[in-house]
Design a binder for this molecule. Structure first.
Ligand code: FE2
Ligand code: FE2
Length: 142
Protein backbone atom coordinates (compact mmCIF):
# COMPACT_ATOMS: atom_id res chain seq x y z
CA UNK A 1 0.00 0.00 0.00
CA UNK A 2 1.33 3.43 -0.94
CA UNK A 3 1.83 6.14 1.62
CA UNK A 4 -1.07 8.22 0.31
CA UNK A 5 -3.39 5.22 0.24
CA UNK A 6 -2.46 4.41 3.84
CA UNK A 7 -3.20 7.95 5.07
CA UNK A 8 -6.52 8.03 3.20
CA UNK A 9 -7.53 4.75 4.84
CA UNK A 10 -6.63 6.10 8.28
CA UNK A 11 -8.58 9.30 7.66
CA UNK A 12 -11.64 7.33 6.56
CA UNK A 13 -11.49 5.20 9.72
CA UNK A 14 -11.25 8.41 11.74
CA UNK A 15 -14.36 9.75 10.00
CA UNK A 16 -16.34 6.72 11.20
CA UNK A 17 -15.09 7.21 14.74
CA UNK A 18 -15.80 10.96 14.74
CA UNK A 19 -19.30 10.44 13.27
CA UNK A 20 -20.12 7.98 16.03
CA UNK A 21 -19.20 10.59 18.62
CA UNK A 22 -21.23 13.24 16.80
CA UNK A 23 -24.28 10.98 16.85
CA UNK A 24 -23.89 10.56 20.62
CA UNK A 25 -23.50 14.32 21.09
CA UNK A 26 -26.64 14.99 19.05
CA UNK A 27 -28.67 12.56 21.10
CA UNK A 28 -27.47 14.18 24.32
CA UNK A 29 -28.14 17.69 22.98
CA UNK A 30 -31.71 16.63 22.47
CA UNK A 31 -32.29 14.57 25.61
CA UNK A 32 -29.65 15.38 28.18
CA UNK A 33 -28.40 18.95 27.80
CA UNK A 34 -25.86 20.20 30.32
CA UNK A 35 -22.95 22.62 30.67
CA UNK A 36 -20.60 19.62 30.81
CA UNK A 37 -21.91 18.51 27.44
CA UNK A 38 -20.94 21.88 25.95
CA UNK A 39 -17.43 21.48 27.40
CA UNK A 40 -17.17 17.99 25.95
CA UNK A 41 -18.24 19.22 22.51
CA UNK A 42 -15.74 22.08 22.62
CA UNK A 43 -12.99 19.65 23.63
CA UNK A 44 -13.99 17.30 20.81
CA UNK A 45 -13.79 20.15 18.30
CA UNK A 46 -10.52 21.63 19.57
CA UNK A 47 -8.69 18.34 20.06
CA UNK A 48 -10.00 15.40 18.03
CA UNK A 49 -11.42 17.28 15.06
CA UNK A 50 -8.46 19.66 15.00
CA UNK A 51 -5.97 16.77 14.95
CA UNK A 52 -7.93 15.13 12.11
CA UNK A 53 -7.81 18.36 10.07
CA UNK A 54 -4.08 18.73 10.79
CA UNK A 55 -3.46 15.22 9.46
CA UNK A 56 -5.17 16.22 6.21
CA UNK A 57 -3.60 19.65 5.86
CA UNK A 58 -0.08 18.55 6.81
CA UNK A 59 0.50 14.77 6.58
CA UNK A 60 -1.68 14.16 3.54
CA UNK A 61 -0.53 17.29 1.70
CA UNK A 62 3.12 16.38 2.45
CA UNK A 63 2.58 12.86 1.09
CA UNK A 64 0.94 14.24 -2.06
CA UNK A 65 3.78 16.69 -2.62
CA UNK A 66 6.35 13.99 -1.93
CA UNK A 67 4.71 11.81 -4.58
CA UNK A 68 5.18 14.78 -6.88
CA UNK A 69 1.57 14.51 -7.90
CA UNK A 70 0.34 17.62 -9.61
CA UNK A 71 -2.63 17.96 -7.32
CA UNK A 72 -4.24 21.18 -6.13
CA UNK A 73 -3.85 20.58 -2.40
CA UNK A 74 -5.49 23.96 -1.78
CA UNK A 75 -8.83 22.15 -2.22
CA UNK A 76 -8.13 20.16 0.93
CA UNK A 77 -7.56 23.23 3.03
CA UNK A 78 -10.27 25.30 1.36
CA UNK A 79 -12.89 22.72 2.36
CA UNK A 80 -12.06 23.34 6.00
CA UNK A 81 -12.83 27.05 5.95
CA UNK A 82 -16.61 26.53 6.05
CA UNK A 83 -16.14 24.35 9.10
CA UNK A 84 -13.88 26.90 10.78
CA UNK A 85 -16.53 29.59 10.26
CA UNK A 86 -19.33 27.40 11.64
CA UNK A 87 -17.22 26.52 14.68
CA UNK A 88 -16.50 30.20 15.31
CA UNK A 89 -20.24 30.97 15.27
CA UNK A 90 -20.90 28.12 17.69
CA UNK A 91 -18.21 29.37 20.08
CA UNK A 92 -19.67 32.88 19.99
CA UNK A 93 -23.12 31.52 20.92
CA UNK A 94 -21.59 29.47 23.77
CA UNK A 95 -19.91 32.60 25.13
CA UNK A 96 -23.21 34.47 24.98
CA UNK A 97 -25.02 31.57 26.63
CA UNK A 98 -22.53 31.62 29.51
CA UNK A 99 -23.28 35.31 30.00
CA UNK A 100 -27.00 34.60 29.93
CA UNK A 101 -27.36 36.38 26.61
CA UNK A 102 -28.43 33.42 24.51
CA UNK A 103 -30.58 30.37 25.10
CA UNK A 104 -30.02 26.63 25.31
CA UNK A 105 -32.02 26.37 22.12
CA UNK A 106 -29.46 28.56 20.32
CA UNK A 107 -26.54 26.47 21.59
CA UNK A 108 -28.26 23.31 20.33
CA UNK A 109 -29.04 24.94 16.99
CA UNK A 110 -25.46 26.06 16.38
CA UNK A 111 -23.96 22.79 17.58
CA UNK A 112 -26.26 20.94 15.18
CA UNK A 113 -25.13 23.24 12.39
CA UNK A 114 -21.47 22.42 13.08
CA UNK A 115 -22.23 18.69 13.13
CA UNK A 116 -24.12 18.91 9.83
CA UNK A 117 -21.21 20.80 8.25
CA UNK A 118 -18.79 18.11 9.48
CA UNK A 119 -20.97 15.29 8.11
CA UNK A 120 -21.32 16.99 4.71
CA UNK A 121 -17.59 17.62 4.65
CA UNK A 122 -16.71 13.98 5.36
CA UNK A 123 -19.09 12.84 2.60
CA UNK A 124 -17.45 15.24 0.16
CA UNK A 125 -13.99 13.97 1.09
CA UNK A 126 -14.86 10.30 0.87
CA UNK A 127 -16.90 10.55 -2.32
CA UNK A 128 -14.95 13.13 -4.31
CA UNK A 129 -11.70 14.40 -2.84
CA UNK A 130 -10.14 11.17 -1.58
CA UNK A 131 -10.95 9.15 -4.73
CA UNK A 132 -9.40 11.93 -6.85
CA UNK A 133 -6.24 11.88 -4.74
CA UNK A 134 -6.08 8.09 -4.88
CA UNK A 135 -6.45 8.16 -8.66
CA UNK A 136 -3.43 10.44 -8.87
CA UNK A 137 -1.48 8.09 -6.63
CA UNK A 138 -2.27 5.13 -8.88
CA UNK A 139 -1.78 6.95 -12.18
CA UNK A 140 1.86 7.56 -11.36
CA UNK A 141 2.56 3.87 -11.81
CA UNK A 142 0.81 3.49 -15.15
FE1 FE2 B 1 -11.25 17.54 6.05
FE1 FE2 C 1 -11.59 14.33 6.91
Amino acid sequence: MGKIEKILKELTVEHTHLLKKIKEFQERLENDFSDELIDEILKFIDEELEEHARKEEEDLVDAIEEADANFDSGALIFGHQTLVDGIEDFKTVVEEYRKGKSSQKDVVKYADRVFTLIKDHFIEEEHFLFPDILKLDLERFE
